[in-house]
Design a protein. Structure first.
Length: 534
């Protein structure tokens, strides 16, 4: 159904007057939208590659005579080309902004539940911009009611470049170094906690959620809170990790130095320069130049570094021995986590290597520590480096193994470790599996891709951003899923179904929902033990 939109001016109290949009359905107000609200100061100029800076307490978005105009979306962190093209006109390093959707109906007494949703894109690409009307069906036509907050954050080199030069500078400045994209997300969470009551939200009821790399981010945000933030300053009440897992232990700063050196060399910056001159040169280049060289790099994935500041030391050991799960249980934090049946058909398209063992090995080393890649490739291919018989070729092996690392295997290892820590299946950990496609995804994900990565986004968001949305039959099939998602974000008890470790709630290929006994469980535990045990 078409939503009508008109200008909407809102008095945000201490934040000033802001102009957004009011969206209506059949002449009835449905959703209020504000797009591109800054949550931090611009990370530009001398602040490129540095920790985000919070807005000053006296910051106002607008005044009575000149309301701040927030009817569009966020700027988009500059990024290389990807499967889903972004509007380059919106590229800007000054991207620490967020979009917000608010139900138009009166808020409950305590305020609306709040869901802070981190977009996906391998931490390299992506956008928080879904369009003002995109969440109308979810917030008006389904059982789901919450304020949705979508922050943009720094990606690729802008968010995850690391090296001794940056670490030394940060130490001199009394700042943290590395993992700037995660610090951006944390700043957005803190902005939300501080300000969401102005918009009718309940700061004591915040879910951190995300899809793909956004789900991975939600996990990292929770880990940071559980181990690095005093209990009284914690924000997150639950997390949704949609189609992603916790990964493996990140690279060390010494390992990331190889990427830093390759990056500045490709940018024409001499390795012989003093550290300060290297950084000055990096900060003097146009941002598009910083993007152009990334795709052709050998180490082209800018990922997390073991910094000991945002990331807890030995995090994966803490997860594996059950301590992480115990902390979640003590804090009353629940997890929604699962997968699509054919995740690999999209994963095999992301910077696919050439069709050889060595190419796959190098491709994985661009993303994961070499020690982990050696274990992984040895497990599958042995000392002879032969293609396992289960795969068509090395590209097929790459896609399926990549999907196991990102989703299937390490997700199961995480779930098992959380159960070991005392979390209860079907109560504290809500596992799911999708075996069926929606009709509306056909234009984006051709049928031959199957139930692939991201094909379930319109299930969770009730058709958002997909032409035609859900059919009446699909809404009937998925009504229980929508009710469960709504209850989860609200903080109510969820009747999920599964009661055993290996059980998952499943949307079957015939449209019905059942409880499925996981046939990938043992595979997942084997890969987890291989990569995440000492």
């Amino acid at each position: 159904m078409a939503y009508q939109q008109q200008s909407y001016t809102f008095d945000a109290g201490r934040l000033g007057l802001i102009e957004g949009l009011s969206l209506s359905l059949r002449n009835e107000p449905a959703v209020r939208y504000f797009g591109g609200l800054p949550y931090a100061l611009p990370p530009t100029g001398e602040y490129r590659f540095r920790a985000p800076r919070k807005l000053p307490k006296e910051f106002k978005y607008g005044t009575v005579s000149n309301p701040g105009r927030f009817t569009g979306g966020t700027a988009i962190c500059p990024q290389p080309p990807a499967r889903t093209p972004q509007n380059k006109a919106l590229f800007d390093e000054d991207c620490l902004q967020l979009n917000m959707w608010i139900p138009a109906e009166p808020a409950p007494k305590k305020g609306w539940p709040v869901c802070v949703y981190f977009h996906g894109g391998f931490l390299q690409v992506g956008s928080a911009n879904w369009g003002p009307a995109s969440l109308g069906p979810l917030l008006k036509e389904s059982a789901f009611r919450a304020i949705m907050v979508f922050p943009a954050y720094r990606l690729n080199a802008f968010g995850f470049l690391a090296g001794e030069e940056l670490a030394s500078e940060a130490k001199k400045n009394g700042e943290t170094h590395s993992n700037m994209g995660l610090w951006d997300q944390r700043t957005a969470l803190e902005w939300t906690y501080t300000n969401i009551s102005v918009f009718g939200g309940d700061p004591s009821n915040i879910t951190a959620a995300g899809y793909s790399a956004g789900g991975f981010s939600a996990f990292q945000q929770l880990a940071h809170e559980l181990y690095c933030v005093p209990e009284e300053a914690r924000i997150i009440k639950r997390i949704a990790m949609l189609s992603n897992g916790p990964g493996v232990a990140p690279k060390t700063l010494a390992e990331q130095q190889k990427q830093f050196n390759e990056y500045i060399t490709r940018l024409g910056i001499s390795l012989e320069l003093p550290s300060a001159e290297k950084l000055n040169a990096l900060r003097s280049l146009p941002y598009l130049k910083l993007v152009e060289v990334q795709r052709d790099m050998e180490i082209h994935e800018f990922r997390l570094v073991d910094d000991g500041a945002f990331l807890p030391k030995n995090l994966m050991s803490k997860v594996d021995d059950g301590d992480f799960g115990k902390k979640m249980k003590q804090a009353g934090i629940t997890l929604l986590s699962g997968e699509c049946k054919d995740e690999h058909t999209i994963y095999r398209t992301w910077r696919t290597p050439e069709n050889s063992y060595d190419a796959v090995f190098s491709r994985f080393c661009a993303e994961f520590p070499e020690s982990a890649v050696q274990k992984l490739m040895g497990h599958y291919c042995g000392a002879d480096k032969e293609l396992p018989s289960d795969y068509d070729d090395w590209k097929d092996f790459f896609g399926q193994t990549y999907a196991n690392l990102q989703v299937h295997a390490l997700q199961r290892g995480l779930h098992n470790a959380l159960f070991r820590g005392g979390l209860v299946p079907g109560v504290d950990v809500l596992r799911y599996r999708f075996d069926k496609r929606l009709r509306c995804i056909d234009g984006t994900y051709p049928p031959e891709l199957g139930v692939t990565h991201s094909s379930d986004v319109p299930i969770w968001f009730w058709g958002a951003n997909f032409s035609g949305g859900l059919t009446d039959q699909e809404k009937s099939w998925l009504g229980g899923w929508n009710l469960g998602f709504a209850a989860f974000v609200k903080g109510d008890g969820v009747i999920w179904g599964p009661k055993q470790h290996k059980e998952m709630r499943r949307w079957r290929s015939d449209g019905e929902t059942d409880v499925w006994t996981d046939d990938k469980w043992q595979m997942g535990l084997e890969i987890w033990d291989l990569l995440n045990k000492p």
